[in-house]
Design a protein around this ligand. Structure first.
Ligand code: BMA
Length: 386
């Protein structure tokens, strides 16, 4: 009798596993792999939607982004609704970059003087228009109390668990978590954010840079940070960007990569330094090709996390250089750095044209190409919807 029951169960099991449909896995249906979800398995519905839509948008074009776009422009500050991109094109960018440096030391304004309470409002405005939010953090050196550019040896080791500054670092993350938790839509929903800590990590100008910690220390720091925000602080509206500076090879790019289970967006920062457009285009083209192949293989979202040609001194740079470099690549977005304007030392800092700037007309052409997506193009795509 026992044997018969056993045989019966066996037959039933065989039947179930050979049946396509509700009991058994239908092998012709693609399995929902890690690639379709952000690394936070408890990510909010809108964060999951954004993640999937960013992937979908890879076939539509490159979303144009600008740092601090709504806060100030080349010669204005805090004028409601204003944006240098809008002054030139009549449209807002599709992606908005913001920066948290100095939040950790309880300042009311960030290291570039943007008040954090205003920043929250701007983030909400961008989100309500259907734009994407990404946030960087030039956090001070927790070991010395000096700036992010103070590369004191041993800083990264000091903030890892067991290190003398781990508690301090956690208290800084608490402040970041509180800020991020306060990013709410008009309806009170959490606004999804692409968080990109420790950017340009293969350069050596920040304390988390290449010459100041081992690859393993950086990986540990990245994982600790994600785990603290996600698992301890229970933030579930973040995607995480792994972000190098310009790089030479795939190995170079991945040297400090913390692992597929910690990263959603992969990107790098690149600036044109001299007049040689061709060299810039070639480098951009080559490194984007590497980035895209890594993204495809790892099921990540590729992006140009920061770029620029300071003061854009070439009147046709947008179509003759940048577009040539990114034009045939599938990246989710490209974020231009901030229009800080004239500086007290007589120099100027800006990366997108303001109205009378010499590349403004060319920027309009760039705006009009099908490849480049701005706010009007993404609002209709409903990036936070299913
Ligand atoms: C740099 C410059 C600085 C700024 C810093 C952090 O590239 O724009 O003026 O303080 O980024 O945003």
């Amino acid at each position: 009798m026992g044997k018969m029951v056993f045989a019966g169960i066996l037959v039933l099991l065989c039947l179930v596993f050979s049946l396509p449909g509700s009991f058994a896995q239908d092998r012709s249906t693609p399995v929902v792999t890690q690639g379709n979800l952000p690394v936070d398995k408890m990510a909010t519905r809108e964060t999951v939607n954004l993640y999937r839509n960013l992937k979908r948008m890879l076939d539509k074009g490159v979303m144009f982004g600008h740092q601090d776009d709504l806060a100030y422009g080349f010669h204005w500050k805090y004028e409601n609704g204003r944006s240098d991109i809008r002054d030139v094109t009549g449209d807002y960018p599709a992606v908005y970059g913001w920066e948290l440096g100095h939040l950790e030391i309880d300042r009311l304004v960030n290291l570039d003087s943007v008040p954090f309470d205003k920043m929250k409002q701007f983030i909400r405005e961008g989100y309500e228009r259907g734009g994407v939010i990404t946030i960087s953090w030039h956090l001070n050196n927790p070991l010395t109390g000096k700036s992010a550019w103070d590369p004191a040896p041993g800083t990264v080791a000091s903030i890892l668990p067991g290190g003398e500054k781990n508690d301090l670092y956690k208290s800084w993350l608490d402040k970041v978590a509180a800020f991020l938790n306060g990013l709410r839509s008009k309806k009170g929903a959490l606004i999804p954010v692409i968080f990109r800590p420790f950017h340009e990590l293969n350069g050596s100008w920040f304390w988390w840079g290449k010459n100041h910690c081992t690859p393993d220390e950086l990986k540990q720091l990245y994982r600790f940070t994600v785990s603290y925000l996600r698992d301890t602080k229970k933030l579930h509206h973040l995607m995480y960007a792994y972000n190098t500076d310009r790089f030479a090879t795939r190995e170079d790019y991945l040297e400090r990569y913390p692992g597929d289970e910690w990263v959603d967006v992969i990107g790098f920062d690149i600036y044109q330094r001299g007049k040689n457009n061709e060299a810039f285009v070639q480098e951009l083209d080559k490194t984007l090709t590497i980035l895209e192949s890594i993204a495809t293989e790892k099921h990540k979202i590729p992006a140009l996390t920061e770029f620029g040609y300071g003061t854009v001194p070439d009147s046709t740079w947008w179509t003759d250089a940048l577009l040539k470099g990114i034009g045939h690549h599938k990246i989710a977005y490209a974020l231009a750095w901030r229009n800080a304007g004239p500086k007290p030392n007589g120099t100027q800092e800006f990366y997108v044209p303001y109205k009378e700037q010499l590349s403004a007309d060319n920027f309009k052409k760039f705006y009009e190409t099908d490849k480049m997506l701005f706010q009007k193009d993404v609002t209709i795509e409903k990036l936070y919807g299913k």
